[in-house]
Design a protein around this ligand. Structure first.
Ligand SMILES: Cc1ncc(COP(=O)(O)O)c(C=O)c1O
Length: 377
């Protein structure tokens, strides 16, 4: 092996790629997926999406595929900015999925040994993206009920640090109120630190307008808010997410972003989807209703410890049943259901699983599976 490859491999040793849900193409063949013969409860995507106007936009914009797309998605950024009071396109960055923006953010602001606070358990990409660029991760343990410990987070903030907050949090479904996050942002601002708030699932909470930090972006120089149309509008295959922040933060990130990172069909789809408030309201109502129904039904099955959730997914501790997450997800797969085994989440053990909230017919199949699995059918 040449030295350059050998050295790079050594440098990256210990950097484990993250595990995610939604590996549908590894689990099933195209025909099975297309016919809906497997149901994916492992990725938390809008169960009614994408909206019809997205399909229309993709069809209408197919002619563009022989041209480069807008290099920095300016039209889409303008449209997004118009939805937020006091912002212009210079406060917005668009990514090939929101995941790209997590990596771009750490690439931009995490230097070797920058202290990065990550309350756990949470989405694993923050950890990976930080380690990749040599940052120094300090994980902040949650309380016993898995809610974030705001005082502990604030107590760990130092000069020039970075704080990642997932709200609502994946995989726990817990939600911090705006006041708590604002406290963190204000304290961080005094310590010259940046706060990254991932609101990828906020559209599925009961009252997003009351909780979102997006309205505070023009007030706080150190706040970055992330959104994902992948989740909210069911565009997982097209990939689209965006971030809003002060012009300074966005400018730095644009400097490092690869050109044409979002293709023309994804830009067109997002431009069509972003205004469809009726679609989001409808999805939110279905999810709220189904989540309550699922939690009640799951709690009626003994040997499942079901956590509260404010999001479109539910965390379950299987320990009372003595079945591990791996065993449960394997058994689910035999029944055409994909469930997220959460043993890879830092801060959770091998008994945790996560299930997405989907439509009633699909959710009923999931409940039946658990009833049969645990002998309470
Ligand atoms: C909390 C959170 N943030 C970001 C992402 C990345 O989503 P995407 O890149 O599809 O927008 C995910 C995906 O699961 C997630 O759970």
């Amino acid at each position: 092996m040449t030295r350059i490859i050998k050295d790079t491999k050594e440098r990256l040793q210990g950097l484990e790629q993250t595990v995610h849900g939604g590996n549908i193409w590894e689990i099933a063949d195209e025909n099975t997926v297309r016919k809906g013969l497997v149901i994916d409860f492992s990725s938390n995507i809008n169960p009614i999406g994408p909206p019809e106007r997205v399909y229309e936009a993709v069809r209408e914009n197919l002619w563009k595929i022989r041209f480069y797309p807008q290099r920095d998605s300016k039209n889409l950024r303008t449209k997004i900015a118009e939805r937020h009071v006091g912002l212009t396109y210079k406060n917005v960055i668009v990514g090939n999925g929101s995941c790209e923006l997590i990596h771009l953010f750490t690439q931009a602001f995490v230097e070797s040994n920058t202290l990065t606070l990550i309350p756990i358990p949470t989405f694993s990409e923050y950890y990976y993206a930080t380690c990749k660029v040599g940052g120094n991760v300090r994980e902040v343990e949650s309380r016993g009920d898995l809610t974030f410990d705001v005082e502990k987070i604030i107590g760990n903030i130092r000069e020039n640090s970075i704080i990642f907050l997932c709200n609502p949090n994946n995989p726990t479904g817990t939600l911090l109120d705006r006041k708590s996050i604002t406290e963190i942002v204000e304290y961080a601002s005094r310590r010259e630190s940046l706060v990254f708030v991932d609101e990828g699932f906020i559209d599925f909470t009961e009252d997003p307008d009351r909780t979102t930090l997006s309205c505070n972006v023009s007030k706080y120089w150190n706040l970055f808010v992330l959104r994902s149309l992948t989740k909210s509008h069911g565009l997982a295959g097209l990939r689209i997410g965006y971030g809003i922040a002060s012009e300074e933060i966005i400018e730095v990130m644009h400097k490092l972003k690869v050109p044409w990172n979002v293709n023309c069909l994804a830009q067109a789809a997002a431009e069509a989807a972003i205004d469809d408030d009726e679609f989001l309201d409808r999805a939110r109502k279905i999810i709220l209703n189904e989540r309550i129904w699922m939690i009640n039904r799951l709690r009626s099955i003994p040997k499942l410890r079901v956590y509260d959730s404010e999001a479109n997914f539910i965390l379950i501790d299987m320990r009372p049943s003595r079945l591990t997450g791996r065993e449960v997800s394997n058994r689910a797969m035999e029944n055409g259901l994909i469930i997220r085994n959460c043993s890879s989440f830092r801060g959770l053990d091998e008994y945790h699983i996560r299930v997405a909230v989907r439509n009633r017919e699909e959710n009923t199949r999931l409940i039946r599976f658990f009833e049969n699995l645990l002998g309470y059918a």
